[in-house]
Design a protein around this ligand. Structure first.
Ligand SMILES: NC(=O)c1ccc[n+]([C@@H]2O[C@H](COP(=O)([O-])OP(=O)(O)OC[C@H]3O[C@@H](n4cnc5c(N)ncnc54)[C@H](O)[C@@H]3O)[C@@H](O)[C@H]2O)c1
Length: 437
């Protein structure tokens, strides 16, 4: 055994503040409440159902992850959040239309108590949305200060010892790094001067990080992924994770692609299309928000297949991603993938995948897991980018100069080895020669 990392115990309540009380957030909140009431099992959640093998295969040690590392208990979570609409969480869950009315009725009083705080919002960054529950401020700095005050008030009012913030708001327009993103000083000046390259999601990220609170980003917007906020996160001890939850079609892509590459099967084309009818689909119908999503969805294959190492197999890959807003489907997305592959002697084959999924059902356990793992990281003294949480994201944040790891199986190994490292257990390499000595 190596030395274990010193991890403070999860004493007291954990506030989980969600930006945007839409489909993903309300499914996370209602689901967690239902699970702690014993109404449903926590399917899809690694923190609640996962196990971790320790030591040699012959030792038979595979504790539950939640017993291996000191995670906050679901009973100690208090939810809150912000939205541009003022519906309470029960009404918002009804609007989202993901969960059955039956289940929502059983937990209605708890959900009705969760009402959104006024949001920091600017239509410039999300064209297809508008709502009444929005803060006013002369500068973006004023708005950030109001968010910081919200966080502090929430913590006091609910007797929380710790808070985590997760952006579950809409996808903003496509942006790249600007001079205001390059340093903490430039960013804070930009907040004072209302720099146009600081969208709402960065103001939330700044407020959380300035408070020294963990921050995760469920959407593909840059948000905390800029040098200024990464520096601030190091300074204040905030662990950061993102971007863009890996659910639905991209999850399947990062399961299938590593398998094709492992067997050196060539890929000539990968055409992915979706129909989606929820509010997320409506926002993504705007080309500027879609561009942010498209970039996030497209990057995964390049990194997994490594065309520079395998030019004969992947150099000419044609990868297209489409999302069509189709209201009748609501949150029940349907995705089709047509994959043109080739094998021995270049002979062509095709693979078709038709995934009838429920986006928010796949997303909710990830929001829960990342909130719990980030709280763990904070108590373990880890700050900045938490690469071990790449497992959950389409566009994993990574250190400058490193390429992101997209292969789901490598990501899972990285996550579990990080937990082993925290507890001073031997890392598992899967070498296994010792069994045959
Ligand atoms: N569902 C999934 O599987 C999945 C996967 C990956 C990423 N995402 C991303 O997660 C985000 C949430 O998805 P969803 O399906 O819940 O969408 P949604 O439209 O149902 O919910 C988003 C909510 O955020 C609110 N909002 C927007 N801007 C805000 C702001 N500045 N401040 C406060 N609230 C704000 C909206 O009013 C809305 O209620 C989207 O960006 C989506 O792209 C979802």
């Amino acid at each position: 055994m190596k030395n274990a990392v010193n991890i403070a115990n999860p004493e007291g309540k954990l506030g989980v503040l969600l930006v945007g009380l839409g489909a993903v957030s309300t499914t996370t909140i209602a689901g967690t409440i239902a699970i702690r009431r014993g109404l449903a099992p926590p399917i899809g959640s690694l923190t609640q159902m996962g196990t971790i093998r320790l030591g040699k295969r012959t030792e038979g040690r595979s504790p539950a992850i939640k017993e291996f590392v000191p995670l906050a208990s679901l009973d100690d979570i208090v939810f809150g959040g912000w939205d541009i609409f003022d519906e309470n969480c029960y009404d918002a869950a009804k609007t989202a239309g993901v969960l059955e009315a039956d289940l929502l009725e059983q937990i209605r009083p708890e959900l009705e108590k969760i009402t959104p705080m006024p949001a920091v919002f600017d239509r410039h960054y999300v064209k297809r949305l508008d709502g009444p529950n929005v803060k006013k401020g002369r500068t973006k700095k004023d708005l950030a200060d109001q968010l910081r005050a919200d966080i502090q008030r929430f913590k006091t009012d609910n007797g929380c010892s710790r808070v985590v913030v997760v952006w579950c708001g809409s996808t903003e327009i496509y942006m790249t790094e600007s001079p205001a993103h390059q340093s903490v000083e430039a960013f804070e000046r930009g907040l004072e001067t209302n720099d146009a390259t600081i969208p709402s999601s960065m103001i939330y990220a700044y407020a959380a990080i300035k408070e020294g609170i963990p921050y995760a980003n469920a959407a593909p917007n840059l948000s905390a992924d800029i040098p200024a906020l990464l520096q601030l996160a190091q300074d204040t001890g905030s662990p950061i994770a993102g971007k863009d939850l890996k659910t639905g079609q991209t999850l399947i892509k990062t399961i299938i692609a590593p398998g094709l590459k492992a067997r050196l099967i060539g890929v000539e084309g990968w055409y992915s299309t979706n129909i989606l009818g929820n509010r997320d689909g409506e926002v993504l119908d705007d080309p500027e928000s879609f561009k942010t999503k498209e970039e996030s969805k497209k990057s995964v294959l390049d990194y997994i297949l490594q065309p520079s190492l395998y030019p004969d197999l992947y150099k000419d890959l044609c990868h297209l991603v489409r999302i069509n807003y189709y209201p009748p489907r609501g949150d029940n997305k349907e995705g089709w993938d047509n994959i043109d592959i080739f094998g021995w002697l270049g002979y062509k084959m095709q693979l078709k995948i038709n995934f009838l999924c429920r986006d928010s059902i796949l997303a909710a356990p990830i929001v829960l897991d990342t909130a719990l793992f980030l709280d763990l990281a904070r108590r373990a003294g880890m700050s900045g980018i938490q690469e071990w949480l790449s497992f959950y994201y389409k566009s994993p944040m990574h250190a400058p100069g490193l390429y992101p790891e997209h292969d789901l199986f490598i990501q899972l190994m990285k996550l579990k080895n990080t937990l082993r490292h925290m507890r001073g257990e031997t890392l598992i390499t899967h070498l296994g020669l010792e069994y045959y000595d």
